[in-house]
Design a protein around this ligand. Structure first.
Ligand SMILES: Nc1nc2c(ncn2[C@@H]2O[C@H](COP(=O)(O)OP(=O)(O)OP(=O)(O)O)[C@@H](O)[C@H]2O)c(=O)[nH]1
Ligand SMILES: [Mg+2]
Length: 201
């Protein structure tokens, strides 16, 4: 069960670069394009977060991700900057773990997701943080996301654990619910604010 985001996206642009300048486009500090990868255990809600952000939907009946899926979404910030997120939603099942470097290599942003009701998924999130610290881009922006915040009665990972871990690792931290949409847009807006801006001569 899961939120499949693997439908073809009419607005998708297949690209692996960090921003316009590095893709051969004209440098444009006002219109950023960033490659973002989602990582985390199977079932934590990565695809549901993407589907909520891109389509405003929550579909509890769709399938686990196979390999990875791609979607894009553009947001406008208050300073009139636009940020186009090119999102690689990876498959969390162990059998796909070897594929992850294909998606996180060259990514400007990594969103590492766990489920607040599942301590094992928090341990797995820490594994991904270490993997990215070793093999990701040196200037990667990382966000730690505790998803399924609506299931607070079943919480097993205290928010404080997420806060402390992210502070110790220079990450942005937020708890979200793809089901209720709580903090989903905020997650991407906060990431956008933390992006390094290309200098324009
Ligand atoms: N209550 C609740 N359930 C959620 C939330 N997000 C996702 N789910 C449920 O969690 C299950 C897994 O969600 P997915 O988005 O498919 O998980 P995934 O991380 O993409 O899993 P893989 O594709 O296997 O890596 C589904 O049954 C969703 O309905 C949430 O915020 N709250
Ligand atoms: Mg998925």
């Amino acid at each position: 069960m899961g939120c499949s985001a693997s439908l073809p996206d009419r607005n998708s642009v297949r690209s692996t670069g960090l921003n316009n300048a590095e893709n051969g486009g004209s440098p444009d500090a006002k219109n950023l394009r960033v490659k973002l990868v989602l990582l985390g255990d199977s079932g934590v809600g990565k695809s549901c977060i993407v589907l909520r952000f891109v389509r405003g939907q929550f579909d509890p009946t769709s399938k686990v991700t196979v390999g990875a899926s791609f979607l894009s979404q553009t947001i406008a910030l208050q300073d009139s900057t636009t940020v186009k997120f090119e999102i690689w939603d990876t498959a969390g099942q162990e059998r796909y773990a070897a594929l992850a470097p294909l998606y996180y290599r060259g990514a400007a942003v990594a969103v590492i997701v766990y489920d607040i009701t599942n301590p094992e998924s928090f341990t797995k999130a820490q594994y991904w943080v270490k993997e990215l610290q070793k093999h990701g881009s040196s200037d990667i922006v990382m966000a730690l996301v505790g998803n399924k915040a609506d299931l607070h009665e079943n919480r097993e990972v205290p928010a404080q654990d997420g806060i402390e871990y992210s502070e110790n690792n220079g990450m942005f931290f937020i708890e979200t619910s793809a089901k209720t949409a709580d903090n989903i847009n905020q997650l991407f807006e906060e990431i956008a604010k933390r992006l390094p801006r290309p200098s324009v001569s």
